[in-house]
Design a protein. Structure first.
Length: 273
């Protein structure tokens, strides 16, 4: 691993408030979370019992997309809002196909950095780095990423299960546009995003209330709203679909959706021509 970098504008670990990365870890059955994360997680699961399955399905999409990109010739990856590492992680998949692949992770939670330092090990031929930085600060994200990535060449930017925590008024679309503008032709945008399209307005309102009570955002966008993130990019086949339907042949789908359930998660990969 090339090292970790701290922009100095993130806070210490706050165990008094739930954090999306740690809640996600709890959903995946991990142990790198705190009681406050589990408490809100259990409230959300009581409202939507499929949430742990949705989390696993989302993670499986990340792995399949990384495999597809690496097999398609992509050798540079920027994972924004990477979350706590799980195995196999992005770099293991990319460098498993191409040992020379270069991967940069970034997240704002210091606990993610602590685990990145302990767990992320790359190949000698490639590059691997982690930056402690808030995704909202795209200038800092890009500045730190350029230490290992060449943005004159194609880069795959991953925003997996991130933007549903960023409201429109907080600049969700602007954040993505700034990242897209930096990318060279042949680059890719990889995104997944929870949606309310498969839930009643009452369920959505209750989930939103739970999140707001803890100071969190739940921007559960529609398929059309999700598609706006890809403006100017060409979605690769099969386009915008539920996460479990994006190239399932590349890996086993998450168990639990076989009986007609849905991940309530849109996913897509777009190419900059």
């Amino acid at each position: 691993m090339a090292g970790t970098r701290d922009t100095g504008n993130t806070s210490e670990i706050d165990t008094t408030r739930p954090h999306p990365a740690r809640m996600y870890d709890w959903m995946l059955g991990g142990k790198d979370n705190y009681p406050v994360d589990e408490a809100l997680g259990r409230q959300m699961v009581a409202l939507e019992p499929q949430l742990p399955v949705m989390a696993r399905t989302n993670r499986a999409f990340m792995r399949r997309s990384a495999l597809w990109l690496a097999r398609s010739g992509v050798r540079q990856f920027l994972d924004v809002g990477s979350g706590i590492p799980t195995e196999p992680n992005l770099h293991q998949i990319a460098q498993g196909v191409a040992p020379e692949a270069r991967v940069v992770y970034c997240d704002r939670d210091p606990i993610v950095m602590a685990h990145a330092e302990a767990l992320l090990r790359g190949t000698p031929e490639g590059a691997l780095d982690f930056a402690l930085v808030d995704a909202h600060d795209t200038d800092a994200v890009l500045e730190l990423a350029t230490k290992n990535l060449d943005f004159e060449q194609p880069v795959a930017v991953l925003l997996v299960a991130l933007l549903h925590f960023v409201a429109d008024e907080d600049g969700a679309y602007e954040l993505v546009e700034r990242l897209k503008d930096k990318l060279a032709p042949g680059s890719y945008l990889v995104m997944s995003h929870f949606t309310a399209d498969f839930h009643s307005p009452e369920e959505v309102a209750k989930a939103d209330s739970m999140y707001k009570a803890k100071g969190l955002t739940a921007a559960l966008r529609t398929k059309e709203q999700f598609g706006r993130f890809f403006e100017g990019f060409t979605p690769v086949e099969p386009g915008i679909v539920l996460a479990e339907h994006w190239h399932p042949e590349l890996g086993e789908p998450a168990p639990g959706l076989e009986n007609g359930g849905t991940s309530s998660t849109y996913a897509a990969v777009g190419r900059k021509d």
